[in-house]
Design a protein around this ligand. Structure first.
Ligand code: FAQ
Length: 312
């Protein structure tokens, strides 16, 4: 049996040469812990993320829109399941992770603590929230932990469909009467800044980034990904006549990037502390679903046990 410093050295060499770490490989406890933290928050976000959109399933304006939205919400559930499974490859107990969400110990993405007030918000979530998620997750598809990286490949493909669906909803509203255009613009006014917050605190204020970058879990910093999202999103907004609620937004010909205004970090900190507009409602809805689904899980378990006894 090799000693810990030798194992650590080998692990760092693997990371440095771009070798992907797999579940049975030796890894430092801190690497495992960081991955479980980040991946479980990600899984919780996918599952909680179904709630704001689910709010509109019964009120989608046409059968076509309803079918698209239902498929999207189901996809998000699937993403949560892949990522929870990936945390299990690290030895995490899924029931404990879910319990941490319900007791407020675990975080989930700040973005899902905002309400969906109009149909246009469903367009804004698909276009902006999934758009931000794609920028973040295409980078994670190259992360150093194999099961997480592989889950991201399929998830990004599905998110691309969601992104196009959301953009199409907003493009249709922008071609409609003034009331619909106003509704689309209002949704962008409310969702733009919270979407920029999805990428996390600025680099200087991000305690986990340095370690995660060193281990190639994160391949880019929070600010780099935020900038990438802004640069690719503004031309899309202009194309359909939407404007972002930021008077400081302007293209810099020299850097070839958009400059943007100050993010309200106080709002971000309040939301991740549990004081956002819908935090209570979201966690309460998840706890309620968990309690109401208990009999289904118990029945499935009893059936599986019975089948096992009959077969043995
Ligand atoms: N919300 O040191 P950092 C989606 C926390 S999926 C809440 O920079 P890190 C799909 C952070 O956890 C969206 N908390 O942290 C969908 C840490 O707290 P801790 C989710 C946040 O990990 C679409 C503290 O602040 N995606 O949208 C947030 O290096 C439509 C310090 O921050 C992922 O989770 C935030 N926005 O970087 C579903 C992707 N930002 O744990 C339905 C994977 C930061 O130390 C509908 N995660 N915090 O107490 C990541 O890439 C990273 O974890 C970051 C944060 C970038 C989110």
């Amino acid at each position: 049996m090799e000693d810990i410093p030798a194992l650590e050295k080998k692990f760092e060499e693997k990371i440095a040469s771009g070798i992907v770490i797999e579940p049975k490989d030796w890894m430092p406890e801190r690497y495992r812990k960081q991955l479980i933290r980040m991946m479980s928050q990600h899984a919780h976000s996918e599952v909680v993320g179904m709630l704001p959109e689910g709010n509109w399933v019964t009120r989608a304006p046409s059968l076509r829109r309803k079918v698209g939205l239902l498929a999207k919400v189901q996809d998000e559930a699937g993403h949560g399941l892949y990522i929870y499974s990936a945390t299990e490859t690290l030895g995490a107990d899924r029931a404990k992770l879910v319990d941490d969400l319900h007791t407020g110990k675990a975080k989930y993405s700040s973005i899902f603590n905002y309400p969906t007030l109009t149909w246009a918000d469903i367009g804004a979530i698909g276009w902006l929230v999934d758009g931000a998620a794609i920028v973040n997750q295409t980078a994670l598809a190259k992360c150093s932990y194999g099961p997480y990286a592989r889950a991201m490949i399929r998830i990004c493909k599905e998110e691309s469909f969601h992104n196009k669906q959301g953009y199409e909803i907003l493009a249709s509203l922008m071609k409609g009467p003034p009331e619909q255009q106003k509704m689309a613009q209002d949704s962008i006014n409310r969702w733009w800044w919270p979407c920029l917050m999805m990428f996390g605190p600025s680099d200087g204020a991000s305690p986990n980034s340095e370690e995660l970058m060193r281990w190639k879990v994160k391949r880019y910093t929070n600010d780099e990904l935020r900038q990438r999202f802004i640069d690719r999103t503004i031309p899309q907004a202009e194309h359909i006549g939407l404007t972002m609620p930021d008077p400081d937004l302007k293209y810099n010909e020299t850097t070839r990037h958009y400059e943007f205004g100050e993010i309200n970090w106080e709002e971000f900190n309040q939301v991740i502390k549990g004081n956002g507009p819908c935090n209570y409602e979201r966690v309460h809805a998840r706890k309620d679903a968990d309690e109401k689904g208990l009999w289904v899980r118990e029945a499935a378990e009893a059936y599986a046990k019975k089948k096992l006894t009959m077969n043995s």
